[in-house]
Design a protein around this ligand. Structure first.
Ligand code: TMP
Length: 215
């Protein structure tokens, strides 16, 4: 049952934690499942990730940023995602093209039509079967992400975390708007206890797999 499932949300929304919990849950059900992330997921894309997230690169132009995210995706799709799907695996991916639509579109103000074309090109037409949008308030999310970086000494992960609260509020709204247009996007309330959020996530996945199995 090869499914491509992506996780989206603002910084600090808890999507990575939920993805790892879902990985464990699906492995426990004996599914063949792998987890990956964007930008990254293979050596070339990991190198691009380092460039993209380095706070020292604060002069990066928006178009450069867009093309680097897209280049990382192109390699990731060919080298990792498509082969895993072809081998019948479920692929759980931390961010995908929707992040480009929202961060480079809403965040950086790049042209939507152009983004659609570039996303299509970079992903070779691959779109997720299901997208889980972990919805979380921007202020709390940003605070959580900044605290996490300090604790883990992960300053190098922080180029977007240096952006203003208004920027992150636009990102949150951009994701919510996307969910109203795309049927594959499910909004999950990420506020509250992590275990409760996991229950919400698992309930969406269970329903999705059941619907595909009976189709
Ligand atoms: P992460 O914090 O979820 O690992 O994601 C890295 C950062 O990259 C995050 O701030 C969102 C941003 N991003 C984009 O701006 N465009 C993209 O296409 C992707 C995949 C991520």
């Amino acid at each position: 049952m090869p499914f491509f499932i992506t996780f989206e949300g603002i910084e600090g929304s808890g999507k990575t934690t939920q993805l790892l919990r879902l990985l464990e849950y699906l492995q426990g059900l004996d599914y063949q499942v792998v987890a990956t992330r964007e930008p990254g997921g293979c050596p070339i894309s990991d190198s691009i990730r380092t460039l993209l997230l380095d706070p020292a690169n604060d002069e990066m132009a928006s178009r450069t940023e867009l093309l680097l995210y897209s280049a990382a995706r192109a390699q990731h799709v060919v080298e990792f995602i498509k082969p895993a799907l072809a081998a019948g695996k479920i692929v759980l991916c931390d961010r995908f093209s929707d992040a480009t639509t929202v961060y480079q579109g809403e965040g950086r103000g790049l042209d939507r039509k152009k983004l659609e074309e570039i996303n299509e090109f970079a992903a070779e037409g691959l779109t997720p079967d299901l997208t889980l949008l972990l919805d979380y308030p921007a202020e709390e999310g940003l605070q959580r992400a900044r605290e996490r970086n300090q604790v883990g000494n992960l300053e190098s992960e922080g180029r977007f975390e240096l952006e203003t609260l208004t920027f992150h509020q636009r990102i949150r709204q951009g994701y919510l708007d996307l969910a109203t247009h795309e049927e594959r996007v499910y909004i999950i309330d990420a506020l509250g206890d992590e275990d409760v959020v996991t229950e919400r996530t698992i309930s969406v996945i269970d329903r999705f797999i059941a619907s595909r199995s009976s189709a």
